[in-house]
Design a protein. Structure first.
Length: 159
């Protein structure tokens, strides 16, 4: 029964993070009451260039990045990945962005979506306490999403 529960948890995480080959869920751990999800990619993997779409790429180097994901089972959740910089034969070297990432943010898209949705029904300061993040970081998320929607004034954010 424990094996089935572990497989289900893995499927939920893979689905919420949109993990597909060549990346894979390497391991999960719980440390200090937090869940740490470690994602990696297969040796020799080729990633599509996010500038031109070409698959003629090589991994140039990697940098370990960490994103805050939405809470899972009442615990903070962090995603760790050796994120590749790719060398595209057409575009040159660029950082590949995983499917869960929201641009250069240190939060996943799901976490940011949750913050934006909750900001419509509660003030940002208590929201910061609720998700255990500083309200300044949350305001950055809210403003970025508002700019994407073309909202220009603060009062329009709640609509």
């Amino acid at each position: 029964m424990r094996i089935a529960a572990k497989a289900t948890e893995q499927l939920i995480l893979e689905s919420s993070l949109r993990i597909r080959e060549p990346i894979f869920l390497e391991r999960c751990s719980i440390s200090n009451g937090e869940i740490h999800v470690h994602v990696n990619f297969r040796r020799g993997a080729h990633f599509h260039c996010q500038n031109c779409g070409s698959e003629l790429t090589e991994v140039h180097d990697t940098v370990v990045k960490i994103w805050r994901h939405m809470d899972f089972m009442g615990r903070k959740c962090y995603v760790h990945m050796r994120t590749p910089r790719i060398d595209c034969y057409s575009c040159g070297i660029s950082r590949w962005t995983p499917p869960w990432a929201s641009g250069r943010s240190h939060f996943t898209e799901l976490f940011e979506s949750e913050v934006v949705a909750l900001s419509k029904v509660m003030p940002v300061n208590p929201l910061g306490r609720f998700v255990d993040e500083h309200d300044t970081r949350l305001w950055r998320i809210i403003r970025r999403h508002a700019e994407r929607r073309g909202v220009k004034h603060q009062r329009e954010l709640s609509q």
